[in-house]
Design a protein around this ligand. Structure first.
Ligand code: PLP
Length: 460
């Protein structure tokens, strides 16, 4: 790849049509992609990235408003993370999990220090789905019960148990993998399953529904309830005040393990180390991945409350992974903590969220007929698009594909042409840029989305 160095010292690709053609050809001939009919996709070849921007081989720059898959919290090619991985690779690239290792131990200690009180131990995995698999296994082994309750409109990953617990269409083709999965409705005031009109009513009725579900399923059969602290890909659904503490109380009443899935929101997305810190509830197991090291090397894990950890003092834990606590991944995690603390990342997420994103998005509800609701926290927001603000009919139908999805495809195309890579899902645009995004970039990207919404307004 031919490159040049820009005035900030960034190495950027020069437009290179031959490289673009080669990458496209290798990819289409040999790479089997996730979640797609293989003939139907045309992935963008990406040549380089830096900070909040990545470039294709034609030299087009894209502001990464989706942080890849909401994992790139510290942006592309953060020099501290790159250096930490390089140094670790030069010293000890891999070591099996039954041996002790300095970066693995250090990262586990750092995580336990920012986790809720009474969480001392960490089990490392290679990603988010595995983290949820192992959390469920811990809950089942420690309670001797089997069922796990999860929400409709949730995503917990794509391995067997995690996909069975998922409450969205990604589960449909994998539905029989885990007979112990039972789903319930969580709070979603804009489209309330409980016909509630206030957040208080929504919380109260959602908790009553959950308690009935527990009673009808048989509390003595239920090992765990798993909940995304803020539901991510299914709509950035922020729980109403009182809901998560109410879940905690139900888990206490019925002896159920509360698993908080923080794979997407953990490590700063909401302006807290862990999202749960903002909602006044304490889980028993807390799962993480993505933001722990921005996905530079695959890493996830389960933070374990002392109560659950004690159950395994004498009972052997039945599980393990060759790459659990991989040194390269952990080195990037340790560096992530250093950057967060030195650069005040949590503070800037709260500041940019409250001062820039929230007021801008709220103004769209007034100005764009297609914007039904905006919701979020920190640097994690959703804009829900509708055909009709009164009836709240979604801009595209639930699970839209093909021609049905055309207005959202047109919106995304307009945003990309103007240099912003958005995150869209059904009738929503999510705003989830890297936490290191410059204020000027953030305002510019929001401006592009604002203009691209004209495409949706034409349909509304
Ligand atoms: N849980 C949540 C809330 C997620 O958002 C995701 C991925 O997006 C996962 C679990 C699965 O993580 P992974 O893709 O690393 O397996």
């Amino acid at each position: 790849m031919t490159t040049y160095t820009d005035r900030h010292g960034a190495t950027l690709p020069l437009p290179d049509a031959a490289a673009d053609a080669r990458v496209r050809s290798d990819d289409r001939s040999h790479v089997f992609h996730s979640w797609s009919a293989q003939a139907a996709i045309d992935p963008l070849p990406v040549a380089a990235g830096r900070g909040s921007t990545f470039w294709d081989y034609d030299g087009n720059a894209y502001l990464d408003f989706s942080s890849q898959l909401v994992n790139l919290n510290l942006g592309h090619q953060h020099p501290d993370l790159v250096a930490a991985i390089q140094q670790q690779a030069g010293r000890l690239s891999t070591i099996q999990p039954a041996m002790a290792n300095d970066v693995r131990g250090e990262l586990a200690r750092l995580i336990s220090e920012v986790a809720p009180d009474g969480f001392e131990k960490v089990f490392f995995t290679n990603g988010g789905a595995e983290a949820n698999e192992y959390a469920v296994r811990m809950a089942r082994q420690s309670t001797g019960r089997r069922k796990v309750l999860s929400m409709y409109r949730s995503y917990h990953g794509s391995t067997s148990t995690a996909i069975s617990l998922t409450g969205d269409p990604r589960r449909w083709a994998n539905d029989t993998a885990d007979a112990g999965a039972v789903r319930f409705f969580g709070p979603y005031l804009y489209r309330s399953p409980f016909h509630a009109e206030t957040p208080e009513q929504e919380a109260e009725r959602a908790l009553a529904h959950l308690e009935q579900t527990i009673q009808l399923e048989g509390p003595q059969t239920i090992a765990a309830i798993i909940i995304e602290t803020v539901v991510g890909t299914n709509g950035v659904l922020v729980p109403p005040p009182g809901y998560l503490p109410g879940v905690r109380a139900l888990c206490d009443r019925y002896g159920i393990v509360y698993i908080a899935d923080e794979v997407m929101v953990g490590f700063g997305r909401l302006g807290e180390w862990f999202g749960i810190d903002a909602f006044g509830a304490q889980p028993d197991l807390l799962t993480f991945a993505k933001g722990v090291n921005s996905g530079y090397v695959p890493l996830g894990g389960v933070v374990i409350s002392d109560r659950i950890a004690r159950a395994f003092d004498t009972m052997p834990f039945a599980g393990g992974l060759t790459y659990s606590g991989h040194p390269l991944a952990c080195a990037a995690g340790v560096a992530t903590f250093e950057v967060f603390r030195r650069d005040g990342i949590l503070e800037r997420v709260r500041d940019l969220g409250e001062r820039v994103v929230e007021p801008t998005l709220r103004s769209w509800v007034e100005r764009h007929p297609s914007v039904g609701e905006v919701r979020g926290r920190g640097l994690f927001w959703a804009v829900e698009l509708v055909r009709d603000a009164e009836t709240r009919e979604p801009l595209v139908p639930f699970n839209a594909a093909g021609a049905d999805a055309a207005p959202m495809v047109a919106f995304a195309t307009a945003a990309r042409r103007a240099g912003v890579w958005p995150f869209t899902h059904f009738n929503r645009v999510h705003v989830a840029p890297p936490l290191v995004i410059e204020e000027e970039e953030l305002r510019r990207g929001l401006g592009v989305i604002d203009e691209a919404l004209a495409v949706a307004d034409e349909v509304a």
